[in-house]
Write a protein that binds this ligand. Structure first.
Ligand SMILES: [Zn+2]
Length: 92
């Protein structure tokens, strides 16, 4: 897919392209056909972890999730503010 054409395409249309189908298949294949959170094999979808490389995603940009876990991520994304970040320390 050439970038100029992709740059004017809506995300909804992009998700119907052969390019996205290849990205999606590769992500599910890399995950072993399992949701990264709950290991479900059903209703798999590919979640954009970021949109930094939209239309030219790298494996690090997407994650295989089942539709239930993906819906949970989308609900979090819609929160007015991201949850407070927990700082990690060397102590338990
Ligand atoms: Zn899941």
């Amino acid at each position: 897919m050439s970038l100029p054409a992709a740059a004017t395409m809506s995300l909804a249309k992009y998700l119907l392209t052969p390019h996205w189908r290849r990205v999606r298949f590769a992500a599910i294949w890399a995950a072993g056909g399992l949701c990264a959170i709950c290991s479900s094999e059903k209703n798999l979808t590919v979640h954009h972890r970021n949109y930094d490389h939209l239309f030219a995603e790298t494996p690090a940009d997407v994650t295989c999730l089942c539709s239930r876990c993906n819906d949970g991520f989308e609900e979090i994304r819609l929160l007015p503010e991201a949850p407070a970040r927990v700082e990690q320390t060397d102590k338990c």
